[in-house]
Design a protein around this ligand. Sequence first.
Ligand SMILES: Cc1cc2nc3c(=O)[nH]c(=O)nc-3n(C[C@H](O)[C@H](O)[C@H](O)COP(=O)(O)OP(=O)(O)OC[C@H]3O[C@@H](n4cnc5c(N)ncnc54)[C@H](O)[C@@H]3O)c2cc1C
Length: 464
Amino acid sequence: MPTRILWFRRDLRLHDHPALAAALEPGDGTAVVPLFVVDPRLVGAPRMGAPRLSYLCDALAALDEGLHRRGGRLIVRSGDPRDVVPAVAAETGAAAVHWSGEFTPYGTDRDAAVRAALEGAGVEAHAHPGVLLAEPGSVRTASGDFFRVFSPFQRAWREVPLGEVTPAPGRVPVPHATPGEPLPTPASLGVSLDADVIEGGEPAARARLEEFLRLSADMYHERRNLLSSDGTSRLSADLHYGCVSPRAVYRRLDLRQPGHKGFASELVWRDFYGHVLARWPEVAITEFNPALRDLPWRGASADLDAWCEGRTGYPVIDAAMRQLLGIAWMHNRARMLVASFLCKDLLTDWRLGEAHFLRHLVDGDAASNNGGWQWAAGTGTDAQPYFRIFNPVSQGEQFDPDGAYVRRWVPELRRVPDRWIHHPWDLPDDIAADCGVRIGRDYPAPIVDHAQARIHALAFFKRA
Ligand SMILES: Cc1cc2nc3c(=O)[nH]c(=O)nc-3n(C[C@H](O)[C@H](O)[C@H](O)COP(=O)(O)OP(=O)(O)OC[C@H]3O[C@@H](n4cnc5c(N)ncnc54)[C@H](O)[C@@H]3O)c2cc1C
């Protein structure tokens, strides 16, 4: 029986999977080896935190279960994919290896090396779409380059044909003799989890999508910025690991509805940052805007520690940072606020915030995280320049008007009346005593004065 390998990476699903469909190529009686390689350089990387590994273990278990229902199973091997994938191809006599194309710097280099080894051994290597909605390179400016700015990107993106969603295969015939290792678990990966992380995997992801479409999608445009509402989809980790296909999500939207349209735009942002990273891989380590590459950012400091731990004295910032530690996810508006605070108020290197996010987010994603951080630092693709500096008090008042978000994550402030919840340092003494909050004792004094910090930040950028 001819054999092909489907090398799963961050496309851990069976539905709408172009690489899997190609490997199975209906009717030709091919057996497929569904392979996942536990790559120590990824699972052991300092930026790979427990939440993402926990999600990954769930997703692999769910994938294995889905394959079992189709007469197959997941074959797990550990090691460097540059060695493992060609070795499995030799072992199984596979004629071809199929995968979903990757665009991160590490993924691109790895895939080039695996491809070279396979082709050197006479095995075909095929990369397919499926991680993004539109493949990097498919959306171009009139002069043929990639876009640097989102709005024109989005206009051109709309012209790209996305194709139709394909169902999961009925059967995945796996050659019986292929040995594999046990599925990784948090324990086998040495992960100890402090956060309350969502369940990972295709069935959980699809259930989240259905719930979002049923309960929140219609109101998305109105509620997506409210910090304490469940107005967003929480699909980011599902999309990151490919447990739900971005196309399957997009095709469920009714773009005539403002909520659905607004949500679709966010999926295009995800594509945009993917394309930016594919075209300018250097953004992973340096500023997108070359004019801002030598800024004298601060490094590690007690202020950075206070930010990481949610002890800055600004309630909305602290709530957000504690939400991150508590559930390994943070609301998008909150991400913008804490990133602005770190870069602009504390003048701290955005790369330190980016790394902290990757370690703690369940949806940590090289492209979207980098894009979000560079946007907040004012060094990225954004058309709006460095002088956008969020005020943590007025933003808190606007997006958490009743203080519910702060009270949920900063319980020591739960008795503070709404009027002062975002600036408790202004509490009159008698009310402070009534609600048991003495600043400096029960809750920190602000580590910087935002008004002063804003002036410093403007001068910092102007000098550049
Ligand atoms: C500083 C910073 C860091 C970020 N880091 C990440 C990250 O590591 N991983 C990640 O997936 N997103 C990141 N984002 C984008 C965004 O905050 C999250 O995608 C979103 O909060 C996830 O929640 P959701 O699934 O409920 O989003 P929804 O509002 O329901 O959006 C739907 C999907 O669209 C995509 N999306 C939404 N907003 C953005 C955006 N601004 N940029 C790119 N894609 C977007 C996500 O895949 C998301 O799941 C970051 C944003 C900022 C400002």
